[in-house]
Design a protein around this ligand. Structure first.
Ligand code: ATP
Ligand code: MG
Ligand code: ZN
Length: 465
């Protein structure tokens, strides 16, 4: 069975509020309080605290958060470190990643597909860049340390991000940190944490019941002659902060236990449903294809690798593939009156085929006083007109074939025929080049949507022309 992680993101735009201390120690407490629970930590910051705390000397590095964000599967990057906590080494090179992370759900997807189980803790930088946003949206729980009014003010940007995207804010909770218990006030708000809580609830922010005190002992844990960073659990047992961490960890475990399906699990389900739907519509699109090449009439299955073009009528009543050669020959005849056995044909065809291979070709027949005229237009992939020619369709209305345009007439009749020998009013035909190695790809979700969009855009320019 596939595993999905439960994700906890620690975030605040304000620096120095205790994010990294919370993230790293929470990982250790979780592991200590539930030995069999896999706990993994990673940081988007570049100060390597995570590495200093969890690295086991002599362990072979297997890539960093940078590789994770570039698409390497997370399970390949997780190192089992000190205290049994898994960690992905930090990186100083996340600056160039931002371009790749255009979407806000990229990390959610990576983690949903990572196969990691248990709890993943993400420590973020003191800003709301695209990586932090990704970490926020991926999380089952977001802990936002606040230590004073400025850090509380900053919270509004996180809440606003969730509002902007219409995401439920119930994952967000503030945690008063670095609370100095020596500071007492007169009146209702008797101390720092009560004051912060009151301001938070006044703004509609949820606050955790716990808080973390400021402790000189805790502060000293990363300043010592060995250059190590010691955990609160082992080196500050006697402090308030130790019992506060125990309480916070219990709270986290409680909600973890009460979450049957984590966000990454739900996200993976949604992704696979969407894949399923895509597949269904792809199959439906395959179903509706004409079986023969409309120009030569030969079943396409006979020479499947000669399919070079895909056509669709503007009303989508007829769709299918055409042989590469058939289409190029037809264009030669239609546009230049050249057919197979004429001398200039070979050279002209190469040029014409090349052009058709780079454009969308449109066939727009017009009924002008009982004799048809063809507007032939080619558009580039940006939807701009690249070529056009008007072709008189002599004899078409009378059903006469003139030897030069036979293939075109056949093609138009087969695809656009309406009632009483006439073509369907206002309908036209678009022909798109496809990759002969894999013509069906044009019908895959993303490609097909692009085809539709291009046709819609061209349709608009036709209306205004
Ligand atoms: N409970 C505490 N008591 C006293 N000092 C603390 C406590 N928690 C953290 N600190 C100290 O506060 C400083 C900032 O902590 P930390 O690095 O965890 O904050 P941060 O929010 O991650 O900072 P940054 O935004 O720079 O990443 C550190 O020197 C840390 O040792
Ligand atoms: Mg930090
Ligand atoms: Zn053919």
């Amino acid at each position: 069975m596939q595993n999905y992680p439960y994700i906890i993101t620690i975030s605040s735009e304000k620096g120095g509020v205790g994010k990294t201390t919370l993230a790293t120690n929470l990982a250790i407490y979780l592991k200590a309080m539930r030995e069999d629970l896999p706990v993994t930590i990673l940081s988007f910051d570049n100060h390597f605290t995570v590495d200093h705390m969890f690295e086991i000397k002599g362990q072979k590095p297997r890539g960093t958060v940078h590789e994770l964000l570039m698409g390497t599967k997370a399970t390949e990057l997780v190192h089992v470190g000190q205290y049994g906590v898994g960690y992905i080494p930090s990186s100083t090179e996340l600056g160039d990643i931002h371009d790749r992370f255009k979407g806000p759900m990229t990390l959610a997807r990576m983690l949903a597909e990572s196969g990691i189980s248990g709890i993943v803790i993400i420590d973020t930088r003191p800003d709301l860049n695209i990586l932090t946003q990704n970490a926020l949206y991926a999380a089952d729980r977001v802990l936002i340390p606040v230590k004073d009014m400025p850090s509380l003010e900053n919270c509004k940007n996180i809440f606003a991000l969730f509002d902007q995207r219409g995401i439920d804010k119930k994952s967000l909770a503030l945690l008063p940190c670095l609370v100095d218990e020596r500071i007492k006030f007169d009146g209702v708000f008797k101390d720092q944490k009560t004051l912060l809580r009151a301001f938070a609830s006044n703004r509609g922010y949820r606050c955790m019941d716990s808080f973390i005190s400021k402790s000189p002992k805790v502060e000293s844990l990363n300043t010592n002659p060995d250059g190590k960073i010691y955990p609160i659990l082992t080196h500050a047992r006697g402090t308030e902060v130790h019992s506060q961490f125990t309480e916070i960890t219990r709270d986290i475990l409680r909600t973890f236990d009460n979450t049957p399906e984590s966000r990454s699990c739900l996200y993976a389900q949604w992704l696979s449903e969407r894949e399923g739907k895509k597949k269904e519509s792809y199959l439906a699109r395959l179903e509706g294809l004409a079986e023969r090449c409309l120009i030569c009439g030969v079943p396409l299955l006979e020479r499947p690798d000669e399919r070079g073009f895909y056509y669709e009528t503007s009303d989508r009543a007829m769709r299918g593939f055409l042989h590469n050669d058939c289409f190029a020959d037809m264009l030669c005849g239609t546009l230049y009156g050249l057919y197979n056995d004429s001398q200039a044909h070979g050279a002209a065809r190469t040029v014409i085929a090349e052009k058709a291979g780079k454009s969308v070709s449109l066939f727009i027949p017009r009924d002008s006083e009982n004799s048809y005229v063809l507007d032939f237009k080619q558009f580039n992939h940006a939807g701009e007109l690249a070529f056009q020619k008007e072709v008189a369709m002599t004899g078409f209305a009378e059903g006469e074939f003139d030897g030069v345009h036979d293939r075109l007439y056949l093609f138009l009749n087969e695809s656009l025929a309406g009632y009483e020998g006439k073509l369907r009013e206002g309908s036209w035909l678009a022909v798109h080049p496809v990759d002969p190695q894999n013509p069906e790809r044009v019908l895959h979700e993303e490609r097909y949507r692009a085809v539709q969009q291009l046709q819609a855009r061209i349709g608009e320019t036709l209306k205004t022309a």
